[in-house]
Design a protein around this ligand. Sequence first.
Ligand code: CO
Ligand code: CO
Length: 308
Amino acid sequence: MLVGLETSDDAGVYLLNEKIALVQTVDFFTPIVDDPFTFGQIAVVNALSDVYAMGGKPLTALNLAAFPIKTLPSSILREILRGGLSKMVEAEVALIGGHTVEDPEIKYGLAVTGVVDPGRILSNAGAKPGDRLVLTKPLGTGVIATALKGEMASQEAIEKMVACMLTLNRTASETMQTLEAHGCTDITGFGFIGHALEMASASQVGLVIQSKSIPFLPKALEYGGMGLLPGGAYSNRQFFSCKVEVDPAVSSLLVDLLYDPQTSGGLLVSLPPGGAEKMVEALREKGHYDATIVGEVIGDFPGKLKII
Ligand code: CO
Ligand code: CO
């Protein structure tokens, strides 16, 4: 076993031979959008992300579904699975089975198996002082999903959020592997701060985050300012704030959004300065316009975050 439970990394890694290690992960959740096809797509992009974050290539997947078959038409379940399959096809991942249980609440996701070169595993423990941090997707899916539930989200905000969640982290993962990245994780339920702190702690480094450079989805700050923050943002703050130092000049609203739990968020990649610039350039050329350098890695303040 090369990566197991103890490091709170994205996926487990098991060595098969000198050239190949297995990468395994499982992820499923309740609907974040109303359209079943889109929900299926998002759940799959989100589940595959943990393999991409380790520098792996996902190969096969098993569906995991919970569905209230006595109260909802089975066509909804079919649409969820069809949406999921469409993203597996895009990612060139083979669906090889699955399991559905009856449950009052819809849930869907995948167990994913991939491969990685054992010498090139990108865990969250590899960040090195002097590195820059690249974030590949904007933040704000939690806030906008909350506005959507409250029927207060604009059409544009919803479309941009969905497009963001539907973007595979495959291109970002393949790009970082060509640029000598040292470490990586994906931004999901613990929010930007929570996952950045996991990296800081696993790598025994400090992270300095330039708040002004953080990319946000359209309307995320506006809805956050209206108090439309999901419960997870508050629990993330409660749990992680003791390890975060915020410059008094940084607005508290912006910090709130750094705690916003993300669904199918981007990768946070630690790599040398030249590589970071190349990564941003390469991703923008491929249509990932929000990819940005958001901070740097320092030797001081191990396990902590400084937001300036
Ligand atoms: Co992850
Ligand atoms: Co995960």
